[in-house]
Design a protein around this ligand. Sequence first.
Ligand code: SF4
Length: 356
Amino acid sequence: MKALCPQPMTRRCFLDKTAKTCLSLGLSPLLLDVGQAQAATGTDSKFEPAYLKLHESGELGKRADELWAMMKSCRLCPRRCGVNRLNGMSGVCQAPGTELVIASFHPHFGEERPLVGRGGSGTIFLSNCNLRCKFCQNYDIALLGRGDESSVANFARMMLVLQTIGCHNINLVTPTHYSAHILKAIDIAAGRGLRLPIVYNTSGWERLEILEVLDGIVDIYLPDFKYWDSEMSAKYSSEAESYPEMTAKAILEMHRQVGVAKPAQNGIMQRGLMIRHLVMPNDTGGSENVMEWIAENLPKDTYVNIMAQYTPVYKAYDHPEISRRITKDEYVKVVTRAKDLGLTNLDVQGYGWLKG
Ligand code: SF4
């Protein structure tokens, strides 16, 4: 399904069109050497992305093939649908077989500040989703599948365009059901000069077996921890009862791989774990429990973005308890609890507009 620009054109659409124009004109880092690419993106010249060694040894390609083969009886995510995507079948995520669908790619200035810097986070919005939340802010992309089919080679070129225009990272939004395509694209792009860190921007609901394949490839894990209570995850995310338990285990594995997120001297994040938690109305997410779990199981300086921007959309209106924004009191309560627990690296910006 083709993505259409709204009228008047939004900033996201403008940036997406600019990036696509670069792609169609062949503007790629073939024109840049690695040093120039690092200068353009403000990347520390000593920085080496995690995937480079695996690309050079051929291991990255092998791991991509391993994930690709898993689509024969698909178990790339905790749904374990078992459908044969290699034969064009779709599972719960609605990804059309092995076709890759991408909604947009552009510098994103609305992500966490250490990812955005001056050049923006090089965001690629992948269409379809395995979690399928009723309140999804990107439901047109994630649930309705809006986007354009793309080859893996084109996906790799998008990464290179984002590097060329000065983005600080490659931010893969909703990557889980396309993990095989992602590894193949990184392998191609790395051979053509990609040197940006990879951000795995996931719902957090990941299988450990898949995360182990990603070990040494992803530089920054950016998982949500949406729910503490499995009844809530089942109710609002299409029967995903295992969400709290699997996400907790997944986050521990992500931390084992990349450690605490620490920005480079220029303030740009290049490696580490950055957790997001969206505060929902009526404590639907079990926010204080999530903060307690983080404080008990991870270092106190773990990066935690406590997000205030919950907005009811899509099917949220079918459920009165999640059909409003949160109040300032609801938000402040979570932040206060996180601070009391000793968490020191909290991202708590932008909630001044909330009502009391
Ligand atoms: S990635 Fe899609 S098809 Fe594969 S197991 Fe998950 S939901 Fe099912």
